[in-house]
Design a protein around this ligand. Sequence first.
Ligand SMILES: *Cc1c(COP(=O)(O)O)cnc(C)c1O
Length: 462
Amino acid sequence: MKSKYVPNRIYLSEREIPKKWYNIAADLKGKMLPPLDPQTQQPISPDRLGAIFPQRLIEQEVSQERFIKIPEEILKVYLKWRPTPLVRARGLEELLETPAHIYFKNESVSPTGSHKSNTAIAQAYYNKLEGVKRLVTETGAGQWGSALSMACNYFELGCKVFMVRSSYDQKPYRRAMMQLWGAEVTASPSEETKAGKELFEQNPDSPGSLGMAISEAVEVAASDPETKYSLGSVLNHVLLHQTVIGEETLKQLEKVDEYPDTLIGCVGGGSNFGGFSFPFIREILEEKARAKGMRVIAVEPTACPTLTRGVYTYDYGDTAGLTPLLSMHTLGHAYVPAAIHAGGLRYHGVAPIVSVLVNSGMIHPVAYSQNEVFDAAVKFAKSEGIIPAPESSHAIRAAIDEALRAKSEGKKEVIVFNLSGHGHFDMSAYDDYMQGHLADSTVDEDELQKTLNQLRHQPVSE
Ligand SMILES: *Cc1c(COP(=O)(O)O)cnc(C)c1O
């Protein structure tokens, strides 16, 4: 009998690129709670958001349209690297001797090395359309800052990036990359903003955090009419833009006649995870037969266990409390995660849509420590030849554990994970790991309770 030829890499042609983003919020009617105004604690009016975001993105943020057309100008830039390949991880399967089929969606092939470019291009485009002159943002690991710098460069916008200090020190080449595309990069906390100055005075040695850098960026945007703020994760419109990942993955799996038993993504603010999984979760919501029993796993670090140990309530998106209050799982906006190498996962909150889906039992969160994650990253690098980002390696760790479970149960399952980015700028982290210098920090329950207690004065959801 001739066996069917199954390719290692499953491509889509340029013509098959998705033409629409999927807006899962339209399918979660009645479950989403509105963002609140930080001053009045009442649902925020879209006008107030207009000070920091362009109109079209605010419309997308609250849209109830199920599918939103991707403008030609954005598709044109997406086509520089999209559609991205879906890869059968045969090397990893052989290493693990698992009967499971493991696939990964390779978002690391974008020019900046991660999925972040998918929304950066869209955000820069809509800002340009409305006459904005400059975008300001924060970056943790440097992936978001790089993506926005590239996007601003394409659409001829100025770009200012507050980079979390621990990353700024660990990754000088990420900084250089942003500067090459014309961005101005400042280590955060900085002395350039009121929020930054206060944080600096409290602790001059602060490693910084995404929450702190957001405070600085929002302050700059609010004080300059020609500058708007741009966020790389968490918000509905960001997850919306990332759904090109999952839409492509669905089509690619159809080409080889497969469907996932298990879908896995890492979660910082939830954008790569959401963009990858929502088109599949749509099929669960539609009660499609093939989606029955599919498990969707969200992976986070034990050092920043937002979904596994946080509480679901209203909290600020930043440390200083300048942003609207979002209804989400949070460790408290004052929480400063340990300076682990997966900088992109060091965020106290998570996307409200992801929180709603965790609450409804559709997403299962798990947490892993840094050394477990790097062990998986090295196995992947050795068997597949790609050095993964420390963030993405959280998904790899879970995929390996699922594949080993399938092996022990003798099940030929299909496991699909999102490789959100490569780790070429994270080699100092790999160096530390190889020399046995990586610390596994766990969160002290008393410390966590302290920042959670500060949430008490805020409105409570559910
Ligand atoms: C930013 C980043 C993440 C985390 O952000 P999400 O919004 O949760 O996707 C994960 N992986 C990589 C490679 C990143 O750059």
